[in-house]
Design a protein around this ligand. Structure first.
Ligand code: HEC
Ligand code: HEC
Ligand code: HEC
Ligand code: HEC
Length: 223
């Protein structure tokens, strides 16, 4: 508990000292909620609070939102080799808005009612976008045969996949997305190759259009 508090106050310091350096991209992006009528004009508060009471799920500092108890469909296909269960960690934080089941204006202990809609609504089947919340290690790469070894393969961002893209060794929403960044929040702005380049960072034969069950993930459908 003490360690958590220390971590929280350290981050509070980061918030105070570096208000915009790493977050310059947030302003004007789809995650800049300050002009929305449900946000009370706040830019950080819909996701973080600065007082250190929020549930952090050990995934984001000073988290200011409740994470729901929704059960999601767990991704499966006959060629999928990883062990996967319910989304956890930071992915659960994203789903607290993007499932379209939890209200985006539920933050700071207040229960809201505005639901996300359109393409940004992943519903209760987030695996249809891309599977998340599973360990991606050398053993998985070997078993799969079509994945780069994350401990040695470059991320394209200066460091290996494991160092730069995985969260506690896992593929999560933030493996591909940086939420404080515009540009669709994709982490691969400078590596070139667009979305296909992103897929080939981890998948040896590049973008997979369908899985073995013939299911086209929403990402694979994108032209
Ligand atoms: C849409 C939700 C959302 C908004 C809005 C948001 N953040 Fe975050 N923030 C996150 C998530 C999720 C993480 C953890 C995952 C990550 O680091 O990418 C995080 C991580 C952080 C971290 C830890 C360092 C880091 O980059 O990992 C800091 C510091 C931070 N946010 C500050 C801010 C500040 C300051 C604002 C307002 C200008 C802000 N955030 C707005 C969701 C948000
Ligand atoms: C406070 C609610 C909230 C949280 C938490 C949140 N988002 Fe969002 N996100 C939104 C809203 C609202 C939009 C805009 C939707 C629209 O334009 O219809 C959005 C848009 C996006 C987009 C589309 C960006 C674009 O420009 O097309 C991506 C990608 C995204 N979010 C990823 C994430 C990820 C990954 C996380 C977790 C790390 C996350 N979001 C957490 C509310 C949230
Ligand atoms: C393997 C990489 C990857 C993972 C993991 C991933 N995304 Fe995405 N996401 C993308 C890409 C690439 C796009 C942009 C698709 C395009 O525009 O072609 C995207 C687009 C989006 C959008 C914009 C709406 C749309 O469908 O175009 C949202 C919202 C989003 N992602 C949220 C999430 C959330 C929430 C998670 C975790 C549950 C997640 N993403 C996990 C790669 C990923
Ligand atoms: C950060 C690394 C990473 C990135 C980037 C990434 N993936 Fe994945 N993806 C994985 C891992 C690891 C698996 C698990 C493979 C397994 O266990 O069989 C996976 C699984 C999949 C599956 C399911 C395969 C099956 O057999 O069921 C599909 C489809 C897929 N990815 C498509 C994509 C597409 C399309 C992109 C680009 C938009 C992408 N991936 C980007 C790491 C990544």
């Amino acid at each position: 508990m003490l360690r958590l508090q220390k971590r929280a106050s350290l981050l509070l310091l980061v918030f105070l000292l570096l208000p915009d350096k790493p977050f310059a991209g947030l302003s004007g992006s789809s995650h800049d909620f300050s002009k929305k009528n449900w946000s009370g004009g706040e830019i950080c508060l819909p996701c973080h609070n600065a007082h250190g009471q929020g549930s952090v799920e050990n995934a984001a500092p000073l988290w200011n939102r409740a994470t729901g108890t929704t059960s999601y469909r767990i991704y499966s296909s006959s060629t999928f080799n990883a062990d996967i269960a319910q989304p956890g960690g930071v992915s659960k934080l994203c789903l607290s808005c993007h499932d379209g089941i939890s209200a985006i204006d539920s933050f700071g202990g207040v229960n809201g009612s505005v639901l996300i809609s359109g393409d940004a609504r992943l519903g209760n089947d987030p695996g249809d976008h891309h599977p998340v919340s599973f360990v991606y290690d050398s053993a998985l790469a070997q078993k799969d045969g079509d994945l780069h070894d994350p401990t040695t393969a470059p991320s394209g961002l200066g460091g290996t996949i494991a160092e730069k893209l995985l969260v506690n060794g896992r593929v999560e929403c933030t493996s591909c997305h940086d939420v404080h960044n515009s540009n669709e929040f994709l982490r691969f702005i400078n590596t070139g190759g667009g979305v296909d380049g992103l897929c080939s960072t981890c998948h040896v034969s590049g973008r997979q259009r369908v899985n073995s069950s013939g299911q086209a993930l929403s990402l694979a459908r994108t032209p």
